[in-house]
Design a protein around this ligand. Structure first.
Ligand code: NDP
Length: 341
C-alpha cells in the first residue's frame, strides 16, 4: 500500500466536509491543517472536523503538509496551486481548475516544473458505472460508438445556493460547475477527445444576473461521435444518466451522474439485455487513493491536471458558443496570454 500523506485543506468547504476529509482518512492519510480566509471559520471548521491546526495563512499550512486539497471558490485555485507548487507540495485541486484555460495550463506547467503531482478532482471517473462503460466500449461490446447523451440536470441543494448562482468572479454558473464533469466523464468513458461544441444556456430564475442555471448542448469528438449534454441546477425531479449508442449496441447508465457509488448500466445488443456488474467503491476514496499512489510513484491521479485543462476547455468553449451562437472550437492548448472572453 502507498505511504499515506499528511494533508492540508485549502478552503473550509462543504465538499471537504461532506466527502473529502473521510476520503483522505480512508487511505490512512491525516488532515493536519485547514486554511480559511476567516479565522473564526477556520477554528470552528477545524474543531468540528477533528483537524488539529487551523490557520488563515497559506504559507503556514504549506509548511506542515505533504499534499494539499484545494476546494476554495474557483477564482482562487490558480494562485493557490502556483503557491503550493512553488512550496513543493503535491496538489489535488477541485474543478474547474481555473477560470480560463490559459491559467489552467500555467498551473499544470508550474506543477510539472516543480516536480509535484497535480490531480483534478473529477470524481465521476472513479464511479464503477463509468468504469464499466469504458471497459465495455474498449472491449468492442457496442461496436463503434456513434452518440452519447449525458443527463446531468439536478437541483442545487439549498445549502449550496450561494456563490454558484450569484458570483461570476468566483466562476459561477452551471457550465463551470457541471458541464466540466460531463466533459471529463465523456473523455474518460469514450477514450476520445472533443473537437467542437455548440451550446445554449438558460437563466430560469434561481441564478442572478447573467449567470446561467441551465444548459444544453452538443459536442463533436475526434472520432466523429456526437455527445449531447443537459445540465441544470433547477430540476428537482429529473433522473441523471449517461448513455452511449454504438453500431452494435447501447450502454444505458442510469442514476450515475452523482457523488454516491450508485446507479446501473444496462448493455443492450442483438443478444438481449444485460446489467453490467458494477464496483461500488466510494468515488472520492478511490480518487484520493489514486492520487496518493501517484505521489508514491505508482501511476497517475485518476484525473490529471491535463484532464482538468480539457474539461475546462470544453466549458469555456460552451460558454463562448452560448454567447456568440456559433459552433466553437475546443482548444486546450491556449496559453496564459491567449485571448479569453
Ligand atoms: P463552499 O461554498 O462550501 O466553499 C467554498 C468557499 O466558500 C470555502 O473555501 C469558504 O471560504 C467559503 N465558505 C464556506 N462556507 C462559508 C460560510 N458559511 N460563510 C462564508 N463563506 C463560506 O463550496 P463547495 O464545497 O460547494 O465547492 C468548493 C469547490 O469544490 C469548488 O471549486 C467546486 O467547484 C468544487 N466542488 C467539487 C465537487 C466534486 O464532486 N468534485 C462537488 C462540489 C464542489 P474559506 O475557505 O475562506 O473559509
Amino acid at each position: 500500500m502507498s505511504r499515506p500523506l499528511r494533508w492540508g485543506l485549502i478552503g473550509a468547504s462543504t465538499i471537504a466536509r461532506e466527502w473529502m476529509i473521510d476520503a483522505i482518512r480512508s487511505t490512512g492519510g491525516t488532515v493536519a491543517s485547514v486554511m480559511s480566509s476567516d479565522r473564526d471559520r477556520a477554528t470552528t471548521y477545524g474543531k468540528a472536523n477533528g483537524i488539529p491546526h487551523a490557520t488563515t495563512s497559506l504559507d503556514a499550512l504549506l509548511e506542515e503538509v505533504d499534499a494539499v486539497y484545494i476546494s476554495t471558490t474557483n477564482e482562487l485555485h490558480h494562485d493557490q496551486v502556483l503557491r503550493s507548487a512553488r512550496a513543493g507540495r503535491h496538489i489535488l485541486c477541485e474543478k474547474p481548475l481555473a477560470l480560463t484555460v490559459g491559467e489552467a495550463r500555467e498551473m499544470v506547467d508550474a506543477c510539472r516544473a516543480a516536480g509535484v503531482v497535480l490531480g483534478t478532482n473529477h470524481h465521476l471517473r472513479n464511479a464503477g458505472t463509468h468504469r464499466a462503460m469504458r471497459e465495455a466500449i474498449a472491449a468492442g461490446r457496442i461496436g463503434r460508438p456513434l452518440f452519447a447523451r449525458v443527463f446531468h440536470a439536478v437541483y442545487l441543494p439549498a445549502h449550496l445556493q450561494g456563490w454558484r448562482l450569484t458570483s461570476p468572479n468566483a466562476g459561477a454558473g452551471v457550465v463551470l460547475d457541471i458541464t466540466v464533469h460531463d466533459a471529463d466523464t465523456l473523455r474518460f468513458v469514450l477514450a476520445d477527445d472533443p473537437v467542437e461544441v455548440t451550446a445554449l444556456t438558460q437563466s430560469a430564475g434561481m441564478s442572478q444576473g447573467n449567470v446561467e442555471d441551465g444548459a444544453m448542448g452538443a459536442i463533436r469528438f475526434k472520432s466523429g461521435l456526437l455527445a449531447q449534454f443537459h445540465d441544470a441546477f433547477t430540476t428537482a425531479y429529473a433522473k441523471t444518466g449517461f448513455e452511449v449508442h454504438g453500431t452494435d449496441g447501447s450502454l444505458i447508465g442510469t442514476n450515475c451522474m452523482t457523488q454516491k457509488p450508485v446507479g446501473d448500466v444496462l448493455l443492450r445488443t442483438a443478444a438481449g439485455e444485460e446489467l453490467l456488474s458494477i464496483d461500488r467503491t466510494n468515488l472520492y476514496e478511490r480518487g484520493v487513493a489514486r492520487f496518493t499512489a501517484a505521489v508514491n510513484g505508482e501511476g497517475e491521479p485518476a484525473a490529471t491536471g491535463e484532464d482538468g485543462i480539457w474539461s475546462l476547455a470544453v466549458a469555456a468553449a460552451a460558454l463562448e458558443s452560448a454567447k456568440t451562437s456559433r459552433v466553437t472550437e475546443i482548444d486546450p492548448f491556449q496559453s496564459i496570454s491567449s485571448k479569453v472572453s
